[in-house]
Design a protein around this ligand. Structure first.
Ligand SMILES: Nc1ncnc2c1ncn2[C@@H]1O[C@H](COP(=O)(O)OP(=O)(O)OP(=O)(O)O)[C@@H](O)[C@H]1O
Length: 402
């Protein structure tokens, strides 16, 4: 016996009232893109669930892939069998055995097809009895079972589900607007982007690089991070900003203690210009309160001063170890720790002001006109469009994505 399908249960999107249709459509399209690497699979939608038809694809690999899609609360393997009591019993036992360490269970049978001769209650008892007879040290627990086996008797067939696997939770990416993620090569910003995606936000990324001070490898590292993030976001547009001229100008003309603050202010100004152009309503950074000199409350205030756009900081209250743990889970950690320089580290002042004032930052900045540099940096940026890699990719597979 084998699982024929995976039942997909929605997350909190089910609560979204009128928007529900939009959320379901987005989830369906994100899931369809993710499943392209398993060409035999098909997605079927019912009123309040989705089913992935496995059609012979490896159930466990498909399950893992589905578990990366935001907006899914939980998933279960399911067996489809005929309306034949012996077959249903066999399938229920198979479903029970799939939950390796389960010692207690509950059967929840539902007879949608009333022509089936055995009622739901009676079916619960017969299937429960069959499992008890064919296992050892196992008991029924209707209140808090290790595994609940659902049996739905429909006209076309009988569907039996097994244990619940956790989904990624959150909301389907693309349902709550877009943000521009300031993506460095570090550990934090990819995690910030991941958490934004988890709240249903579509992410575009902006990266500042300063050749020849920063190398091609440093840029490639950022592209590899962005590529990894497409596992969750399906697609990701990256804006690469030439930042060398601006950094040199800051280095030469700004007081050393304020160079870091002013550099960040310029990053935000450029990001805002790109966001405006792309109709993006917010920016996201990987800042976390108190981690480094530029991330004190005063520093954040002095940097944030240049924009009215919301700056989302998903990591603001998180500990470094927790951030690292997420980056390991999502596969960005090993890329982030590659030892290539970032533009911020190349020009880092010996003793940056940890408590800069925005008035002083404004004062120093006013002495130099950066407006033309900002315009040029935006105009001369490189735009790279990344999309989820699938083993079976074809040239036009994602044409519709951007
Ligand atoms: N070269 C860059 N390009 C784009 N964004 C950057 C760059 N450098 C820094 N940032 C943004 O500024 C934030 C703070 O950077 P900083 O280097 O102070 O902190 P960090 O904790 O090391 O962050 P990260 O691990 O993301 O590099 C980053 O999380 C990122 O959002």
């Amino acid at each position: 016996m084998q699982f024929n399908q995976i039942m997909v249960r929605y997350g909190e999107m089910a609560l979204k009232g009128k928007n529900r249709h939009k959320f379901e459509q987005k989830l369906q399209s994100n899931l369809t893109h993710k499943l392209k690497r398993y060409p035999a699979t098909r997605l079927k939608k019912t009123r309040d669930r989705m089913y992935v038809m496995l059609n012979g694809e490896d159930p466990y690999k498909v399950m893992e892939t589905c578990q990366e899609v935001f907006g899914i609360q939980s998933l279960s393997f399911a067996v489809r069998t005929e309306q034949d009591e012996d077959k249903i019993k066999e399938a229920a036992l198979f479903a029970f055995n799939e939950a390796d360490n389960a010692k207690t269970f509950k059967i929840s049978a539902k007879r949608t097809d009333k022509t089936f001769p055995v009622g739901s209650q009676e079916m619960n008892q017969r299937l429960g009895g069959y499992i008890l007879k064919n296992t050892e040290d196992v008991t029924v627990d209707v209140h808090n079972p290790d595994v609940e086996i659902t049996v739905e008797i429909r006209q076309d067939a009988v569907y039996i589900t097994s244990k619940k696997y956790p989904g990624a939770g959150g909301l389907p990416v693309g349902t709550t607007g877009k943000t521009l993620l300031l993506l460095s090569g570090g550990i934090d910003s990819p995690v910030a982007g991941y958490l934004a995606m988890k709240r249903g936000v579509e992410v575009e990324a902006i990266h500042f690089h300063s050749p020849p001070y920063t190398s091609e490898r440093a840029k490639q590292k950022v592209m590899d991070l962005a590529q990894e993030m497409t596992r969750f976001g399906i697609k990701l547009k990256v804006h690469i900003i030439p930042f060398t001229n601006i950094q040199q100008k800051i280095h030469q003309e700004m007081p050393e203690g304020y160079s870091m603050t002013i550099m960040r202010r310029l990053m935000l100004r450029i990001s805002e210009a790109v966001a405006k152009e792309q109709d993006i309503l917010s920016m996201t950074t990987g800042e976390s309160l108190g981690q480094v000199a530029s991330q004190t409350m005063e520093s954040m205030s002095a940097i944030n001063d240049v924009t009215n756009y919301p700056v989302i900081r998903p990591l603001v209250a998180m500990d470094k170890l927790d951030i690292i743990s997420i980056s390991q889970q999502i596969g960005t950690y090993d890329i982030s720790i590659r030892p290539y320089e970032d533009c911020c580290t190349v020009f880092v002042p010996k003793s940056p002001k940890t408590r800069p004032s925005k008035e002083k930052a404004q004062y120093y900045e006013a002495a130099v006109d950066f407006s033309e540099d900002i315009k040029q940096a935006v105009e001369q940026r490189e735009i790279i469009k990344l999309k989820l890699q699938t083993e079976t990719k074809t040239e036009n597979e994602f044409e519709d994505l951007f």
